[in-house]
Structure formats: structure tokens, C-alpha cells
Design a protein around this ligand. Structure first.
Ligand SMILES: [Zn+2]
Ligand SMILES: [Zn+2]
Length: 747
């Protein structure tokens, strides 16, 4: 092939329909994302009952105790505005999840974050479920002394300092949980004139102000007799987010730890403004080849481009006698699902309501140096779930790793967005028959990290030291085991939704929240199953195997229901190919005192790979720095790594570095081929020298386009006369680069 042409393909604009029902003998669909859950019916009826006591971390609805008709609620269109909700839609079962969730608040003691050094104050800040970094405040300037109404204000998110007023109210709840006034006894404001800025008591604030709520509005009153008596109704009776002692997510009844909260990451990991996130920056666009950018975003055009890219990938795999692991619709469905998640809760320091958790999902198709294609689904994700996660309530979160024992460490009860570039292989590399068919020696495993020998490697411990899969909301999934080879659930490290954060404050799932607690606001929920013939797709493992939701007894006619799952929690049935399911089973773990504790483990993903991974380039690479690594950047579609074939539909990969191969054959007589890789369009000179360094022949002296190229030498000199046998050198120059090799002419 003498001509490689870089084309900017114009994709045919196809109206592609993502199948939601059987099209290929399988039913693949994503779960309903959080913002859609908010709009869906909460059919359960509710009888408000107060929490057992007014104490730190209670989840409550503030219902007027007199009529039980109204509750404090956050305005659906303006999360900073407080209004009055109708309790009857919740008691009557006619409301939505949004009606419930927007009326839910967490009561936090003023000193919750610093209990390692301070005591409980018995005074509280009030935080809406959908904005845990925000709190109730007076609708007044700092030092106003009093106010007539209340608002929700940013208390400690990344964007706090952008607010004109930064302050919060501290309440005293003097009554009982079934009837208490809510007195705004003090107010704190963020004093930005200090360096560093800190929260200070607003000394002008008058303590004689109480919340008053009627049918239409909520306000502050200075007249105590006008104060509303509130019931602190238990929110868990409506949407249960408890992880009780002795439950499957806290089987050892571990106490809630009072360590202080870890500080925000610094240095390279310092949190950033969502608007300046790397994943939606111009720099990202410049990093990715124009060819792939047609798939960017969440539009019909982008979906059509993604579909066309998969066609080209299928064709190029077929040309190598290979295939996609799953049918095209599985990848297109997962892509659409990932792009359907938006932040419905401000539960991460630098997230923004309504923005996407996953920015782009695109299909790449680069070949390795031997010409083997390794197509990937590349997911540019902020690594965060879309709904509230309740990290405050985790009994024993991971420590920050700084300092000696756990007791000395600060702990991770806060989260930040991250930039992740996750690659899910599309090529069917096959399945292992035993664990060690996969060679993970270059990466390390949980088992080896703990010094286990091969005899003790299992589907739980022969697993990644960090992430090994991605969930359909774009958050990372880690093996079920922690790095000390116990299930993270056993150590009471995770939230009701099966997630937590480690050092660096990035989220990751360790367990399946849905099968622990079917509260309706998990990653996937029972409502998703309605009208379908298989559980929803909920994740993809780095070996290319899909993960589906748990089989539910109430949907026992689903495809594959009752089919046994193997040790990897996977099976093959109908036209689904091999896939995993979330799965619950009884396990035994050893407590610190040596006693075995038996409980039900709710697996999201087990740990070990069932898919063969030995040929997958950059297996555990999830960083955006892949763009800068010559070996991997082609697989994330880096600029300049794509050349589109003119007639065969193949996406070829441009060599990433100048490289010349040994001539072939060698020794030779009289014809040999000289091959080289040209990463950029360059002036190329190829010259043959004899052993004395004298020029014998100029083979090439011209401008050439990038690509893998070759030329032949017939053992003649510039005059066309055959040369004598012996050792020769050939030098290939490309611009400023030069390489020389020797070859032997045998006569
Ligand atoms: Zn973890
Ligand atoms: Zn199945």
C-alpha cells in the first residue's frame, strides 16, 4: 500500500435505537439513574414515627407535631430554597421519591467532624439529603442579628467561597424527638478576611429565634410561643439508609468511629472546580484524535458515530479471525446508560448538581506493534455516583494512612470527584479455565501483597490491588476483599449503597448495596426489573466481562434464573455470552479475636478475572496520564494515533515512535526488505554503506507520510552494478532522527 490517507470520516447520521427489549435473544438495559428515580412513584405508605432520641447523625423529616400535615422540604427547582411539603402524599403513598428525599435531613452535631479532639455539643446543624455539604442558614447577611426566613447554604463544598454569604445556623432541640422546638441559638460565618479563613461565631446573632412552619411557609420568629413543635420523624421508615450493627454490612457490630475527618487532598490530587475538570477541558479534546471526537457527548450524532465505530471494529476483528465479546447493542446500551447519569445530590466536595458523572464514552481501535487489534470502550468518568451516599454514617471508614494505628489517623468521610479514563476491552480474549491462566505478576495481586503462595490464591484474593471494574454510574468497583483480605463489608467500611472512599477520597464500590438494602435509591433497584427478561446491566470488568444485577425471587422467570453461577459469580445462557451477576451468599470471616463470624456477603464483583487478560494492553491503567504514555496512548485514542484506511474500513494505528526493523531475510542474496515505522510525515533518507563506511547506494530520498513502510534493496550500487558479498550497513533518517543496522549479503 503506497498511500495512507488520513480521513476525517463523515459518519452517516443513523437514527439508532438502543434496544430495550429482545433484539438479539437477550435483554440488555441500564438501570434508572438517580434523577429519574426522584421522579418515580414512591408507592409505599408511611406512618410518621419519631426517631428514638435527638442525637447526632439522625435522619429525619421535620414534621409539624400539631397537625402532622406539613414538613420542611427543599424546593425541587431551587435547592437553596426551603419550603413546606405535604405529608399526606407520603403517608398516602401517592408521592414520588423526590417528595420524600427532598424532605429528608440529617441532624449533625456541631462537632461531628472533630470528635477526636472535641466533645459533642448537643447542638445541631441541619443538612438536606440532596446536599450534605450544605446546611440550613438564616436568609440574612452576616452580623444581621436576626432573620425572618431560612435558606439552604453551601457550608463546605469546593464552591463555598464563591458564595456572597457563607454561614450556617446551629440549632438547639430542647424537647423530645416527638415534639421539639427548633431554636436557632447560634450562627457561624466564614471569615474570609483571615488567612486561612475559618468559621467564627457570629456574635451579633440573637439566640431568641425559632423555626415556625405553617401550611405555606417556613420562617424564623422571635416569639417563643409562635415556635412550631416539630416531630423528628424517622426518615429510615420511608427510605432506609441504616447499616445496623450486626447487619450484613456491619456483621461484627463495629462502633461508629469518632476519629476526626481527613483533610482534603493536597498536591497533585487537590480537588478542582468541576468547570475546570480535565475531562471536559479543551486539553482533553486536544488529547483525543479527531476521529474519535465524533463519538463525544450525549447526542444522537455521537451515538451514531459510536455505532459506526463498532461496525469498523467488528470488521477489523473479523479480519483477524476475532470478534467482539458481546453483541454491539450491549456496548451501545452501556454507553448510553453511563451518559445518562447526572449529579442529583451534592455529596462530593467538587460536584455540581445536574452535571454528568461520565463525560464521554467512545470506542477506540488501535493495533499493537504486531498488528493485533485491541479495541476498547473508553470511559471518561468523574468516578462518583449520582445519588446521596451517607459517608458520615460508615462505622469504620478507611484511615488516611498517615500516622500509626487507626486511632491516630483521620478517616475518610468525605469524597471528591476524580478524572478516570477506564478502558473496557471489546475483543473476546477468551475465558480462563483456572485462576493462574491469567498472569498478573507484573501488576501484583491482593494475595501476593499479603504473602500468600499460589496454593492459597482464590477468586477473592487473586485480584486487583485497586479498581477492577466500573459501575454503570461511572464509579469504580474494587474487589469484594479489602487489602487485608477480608470483605470490606465485614470491617464495616462501607455505606448502605456498598461504596466508600479511600485515601485520596475517590469513591469505589466493594459490595452490592441493592441486595443488602432494596431501598429504591441504589445503583440499581427492583423497579428496574419490571417488564424485562434479565436483570439490568450494572457494570463492566476490566477483562471485558459484563456484570448484571442480582437475580430476584420476585422475577423468577427471567432468563437464566436458577442457572447455577460459577465461582466467579458468572454463567452463560441464552444469547448473553459469559457474564457475572451480583450475588449474595453466606460466608465466614475471622474476627480479630479469632472467632469465625458467619453472615451474608453481597457481592458486586468477586475479584479475580474470568476473562483472559494476558493480551490486554494497559490492563489496570485508569489514569488520564495514559495520553502521555507511548505504550498505551493509542488505546485511549490519543491524537495522532489514528489513520483511517481508505477502502477496508479499518482504523489503523500510526506508529508512536520512529523505529527500524531488522532487514528480512538476513543474510540475503540478492533481495532484502527494509521496514521502518514513521510516526509523523517526514523527509526520509535510506542509505546503504559498506564496511569501510563508503556510501554504496541511496535507496530513498523523499518526503513520506506517517505509517509503517518498507523498501527493498537488490544488492546493487547507485550505478546499478551488483555489489560483492559481505557486511553492509543501512541507515534510515527521518527528519532529525537516524538509526543504523547491519546486514549480511551472502554470495
Ligand atoms: Zn476500598
Ligand atoms: Zn444471567
Amino acid at each position: 500500500m503506497s498511500k495512507l490517507v488520513r480521513l476525517f470520516f463523515l459518519f452517516p447520521v443513523l437514527a439508532i435505537l438502543i434496544p430495550t427489549t429482545d433484539l438479539f435473544g437477550s435483554d440488555v438495559y441500564g438501570p434508572r439513574p438517580f434523577h429519574q428515580i426522584l421522579d418515580s412513584d414512591l408507592t409505599k405508605t408511611w406512618s410518621p414515627a419519631s426517631v428514638s432520641a435527638i442525637q447526632n447523625r439522625e435522619h429525619v423529616l421535620l414534621v409539624d407535631a400539631g397537625t402532622m400535615s406539613y414538613c420542611l422540604t427543599v424546593d425541587p427547582s431551587d435547592p437553596s430554597s426551603l419550603g413546606v411539603g405535604d405529608v399526606s402524599v407520603l403517608t398516602g403513598g401517592t408521592g414520588t421519591y423526590g417528595n420524600a428525599v427532598r424532605s429528608m435531613f440529617q441532624v449533625l452535631d456541631l462537632n461531628t467532624a472533630v470528635l477526636a479532639t472535641e466533645s459533642l455539643t448537643g447542638t445541631y446543624t441541619l443538612h438536606p439529603w440532596l446536599a450534605s455539604y450544605h446546611a440550613m442558614d438564616a436568609d440574612a447577611d452576616i452580623a444581621s442579628g436576626s432573620a425572618s426566613s431560612v435558606v439552604i447554604r453551601d457550608k463546605n463544598s469546593f464552591y463555598m467561597a464563591e458564595q456572597s454569604t457563607i454561614a450556617f445556623l446551629v440549632f438547639t432541640l430542647a424537647g423530645t424527638a416527638s415534639s421539639t422546638t427548633v431554636q436557632a441559638t447560634s450562627r457561624y460565618f466564614y471569615n474570609t478576611s483571615l488567612d486561612p479563613a475559618i468559621y467564627e461565631l457570629d456574635t451579633e446573632w440573637s439566640a431568641d429565634q425559632w423555626l415556625r412552619m405553617d401550611a405555606t411557609s417556613v420562617s424564623l420568629t422571635a416569639v417563643e410561643s409562635e415556635a412550631t413543635a416539630f416531630m423528628l420523624a424517622d426518615a429510615n421508615d420511608l427510605i432506609d439508609v441504616k447499616v445496623p450493627a450486626g447487619s450484613d454490612f456491619n456483621p461484627q457490630s463495629t462502633d461508629w468511629q469518632t476519629n476526626s475527618f481527613a483533610a482534603w487532598p493536597t498536591g497533585n490530587d487537590t480537588p478542582w472546580d468541576y468547570d475546570e475538570s480535565q475531562l471536559n477541558s479543551d486539553g482533553f479534546l486536544q488529547s483525543v484524535d479527531d476521529y474519535y471526537e465524533t463519538q463525544f457527548g450525549d447526542s444522537d450524532e455521537a451515538s451514531a458515530a459510536a455505532s459506526s465505530a463498532l461496525d469498523a471494529i467488528e470488521a477489523s476483528l473479523a479480519g483477524q479471525g476475532a470478534a467482539l465479546r458481546y453483541s454491539k447493542d450491549v456496548y451501545l446500551t452501556f454507553r448510553e446508560s453511563l451518559l445518562g447519569y447526572e449529579f442529583g445530590a451534592v455529596d462530593m466536595y467538587n460536584s455540581v448538581l445536574g452535571e454528568k458523572t461520565v463525560e464521554n464514552v467512545y470506542f477506540t481501535n488501535a493495533a499493537d506493534d504486531d498488528g493485533m487489534y485491541h479495541p476498547f470502550m473508553v470511559i471518561a468518568s468523574h468516578n462518583a455516583p449520582a445519588g446521596p451516599q451517607f459517608l458520615i454514617d460508615v462505622a469504620r471508614p478507611p484511615g488516611d494512612g498517615i500516622g500509626g494505628t487507626y486511632e491516630d489517623q483521620t478517616i475518610t468521610r468525605n469524597a471528591v470527584l476524580e478524572n478516570r479514563l477506564v478502558k473496557i476491552p471489546l475483543r473476546d480474549y477468551g475465558l480462563v479455565s483456572t485462576l493462574t491462566d491469567n498472569d498478573l505478576s507484573e501488576y501484583g495481586t491482593l494475595a501476593e501483597d499479603m504473602g500468600l503462595t499460589e496454593d492459597d490464591w482464590t477468586v477473592d484474593n487473586y485480584a486487583s490491588l485497586s479498581s477492577s471494574a466500573i459501575a454503570v454510574d461511572g464509579a469504580m468497583i474494587y474487589p469484594a476483599f479489602s487489602n487485608i483480605l477480608v470483605y470490606a463489608t465485614f470491617s464495616a467500611e462501607i455505606t448502605v449503597s456498598g461504596i466508600h472512599v479511600g485515601r485520596g477520597m475517590g469513591f469505589h464500590y466493594h459490595a452490592d448495596g441493592h441486595s443488602f438494602n432494596g431501598n429504591g435509591i441504589n445503583l440499581y433497584n427492583l423497579g428496574d426489573y419490571e417488564g424485562h427478561s434479565h436483570p439490568p446491566i450494572i457494570g463492566f470488568v476490566f477483562d471485558g466481562i459484563a456484570v448484571f444485577g442480582k437475580y430476584e425471587s420476585t422475577y423468577d422467570s427471567m432468563d437464566g434464573h436458577g442457572d447455577v453461577l460459577d465461582d466467579y459469580n458468572g454463567h452463560t445462557h441464552d444469547d448473553y455470552g459469559y457474564h457475572h451477576h451480583a450475588y449474595s451468599t453466606e460466608v465466614a470471616q475471622q474476627a480479630q479475636n479469632g472467632q469465625a463470624v458467619t453472615y451474608v456477603q453481597h457481592f458486586f464483583q468477586r475479584g479475580a478475572f474470568k476473562g483472559l487478560v494476558n493480551d490486554i494492553p494497559g490492563l489496570f491503567q485508569v489514569s488520564t496520564s495514559q495520553f502521555m504514555e507511548d505504550e498505551y496512548k493509542r488505546y485511549v485514542g490519543a491524537e495522532g494515533t489514528v489513520v483511517v484506511g481508505t477502502d477496508d474500513g479499518l482504523i489503523l494505528q500510526t506508529p508512536v515512535s520512529f523505529n527500524i526493523s531488522q532487514n528480512y531475510p538476513n543474510p540475503f542474496n540478492p533481495l532484502t526488505t527494509l521496514s521502518y515505522d514513521l510516526p509523523e510525515n517526514e523527509h526520509v533518507g535510506i542509505t546503504i554503506f559498506d564496511i569501510a563506511g563508503k556510501r554504496v547506494k541511496t535507496l530513498v530520498n523523499t518526503y513520506q507520510l506517517a505509517g509503517s513502510r518498507s523498501t527493498q534493496w537488490n544488492a546493487t550500487n547507485d550505478a546499478g552494478t551488483p555489489v560483492s558479498g559481505g557486511l553492509y550497513f543501512y541507515t534510515i533518517r527521518a527528519g532529525d532522527l537516524k538509526q543504523t543496522r547491519k546486514m549480511l549479503l551472502l554470495k
